[in-house]
Design a protein around this ligand. Structure first.
Ligand code: PBG
Length: 308
């Protein structure tokens, strides 16, 4: 009876697995704060993608850990950059895998901010947007299916859309991190991606956790600029924002179950304080109940193993 009257289900087709790829093989290995998650070298990333695909996870979100950084993220758009090479190799090995690439500068800058800085050390919004367009077209040339800008600069979705269209990449979709909060829950990710800001924080460009209505304005702007999918991030503390967005917008809606949410659950599971399978299934189901069409989660593989 419960199966019959169940309102929401998690389908493997809704899950996206984030994946970290390190350019230097000696930087590959486990991420301490995210048990079960690894930074892969390129060939291991391809093998992991094959495994995910076989388990029924057919969308991945790539993050690169480049060998070199500088103040202006010049490694980010290299044709042979780590993300560009990974996109190419995975699309050759698995043409049916939907490959998304996170678009941001923080992994490529020595200062760790999501954009280029001006003389005062503030992120220069417009200069960063031009750079993002440059990176986006390099991902498109490599064969990416979806560009996912996570930088939170103003006006970047429209600019990226124009740049992609001008580069004959009209088929590449944009998944905008529209309502991305300046959250403490990204801590473990910054260890994984080596992208913690060297000074200051990201409150100048990411959203204030106190604001919900503002998230709807941010989403409306991104939709107007051509975003194909919009995202709320983090997930668990922001289910109210997810619900409000679902009620207001008809576009596909994604939620990012971020690194800190993963870490706290895994820590409690490892201590025997929570039952892993039940807790994970509950969390993923609640994202769908709250209105998500797409759930980006480090639990994707584990979930697929149990429900494939
Ligand atoms: C890059 C980016 C971050 C995350 C996704 N893209 C980190 C940040 O903004 O500091 C966080 C993902 C996670 O915590 O799992 N800007």
């Amino acid at each position: 009876m419960r199966t019959l009257v169940r309102e929401h289900r998690v389908d493997l087709g809704q899950l996206v697995a984030p994946m970290f790829v390190a350019e230097r093989a000696n930087e590959a290995g486990p991420v301490a704060a995210m048990p079960g998650i690894e930074r892969f070298a390129l060939d291991a990333a391809v093998a992991e993608a094959r495994e995910l695909f076989a388990l029924g996870i057919k969308s991945i979100l790539l993050f690169g850990i480049p060998a070199e950084k500088d103040a202006i993220a010049s490694g980010s758009y290299a044709a042979d950059g780590i993300v560009q090479r990974t996109i190419r190799e995975i699309k050759v090995a698995l043409p049916e895998m939907l490959v998304m690439a996170d678009l941001c500068c923080c992994e490529y800058t020595t200062h760790g901010h999501c954009g280029i800085l001006d003389e005062l050390g503030e992120v220069d919004n417009d200069a960063t947007v031009s750079l993002l367009c440059h990176i986006a077209t390099s991902y498109a040339e490599a064969g990416v299916d979806v560009i996912a800008p996570s930088d939170m600069m103003d006006g970047r979705v429209g600019a990226i859309r124009d740049a992609l269209d001008a580069a004959d990449a009209t088929h590449v979709a944009i998944l905008a991190y529209s309502a991305k909060y300046a959250s403490a829950f990204y801590g473990p990710f910054r260890e994984a991606a080596g992208s913690a800001p060297e000074f200051g924080d990201r409150r100048g460009y990411q959203m204030d956790p106190s604001n919900a209505r503002e998230a709807l304005r941010e989403i409306a702007l991104d939709v107007a600029q051509g975003a194909d999918i919009v995202m709320i991030k983090p997930g668990l503390p922001y289910l109210d924002v997810l619900r409000a967005a679902r009620d207001r917008f008809d576009v596909p809606l994604a939620v990012y179950n971020v690194s800190g949410e993963y870490a706290m659950l895994q820590a409690a599971i490892a201590n025997g304080w929570l039952d892993g399978a039940t807790a994970i299934d509950e969390v993923l189901t609640c994202f769908v109940r709250a209105g998500a069409d797409i759930v980006i989660t480090y639990f994707a593989k584990e979930y697929a193993r149990r429900h494939g």
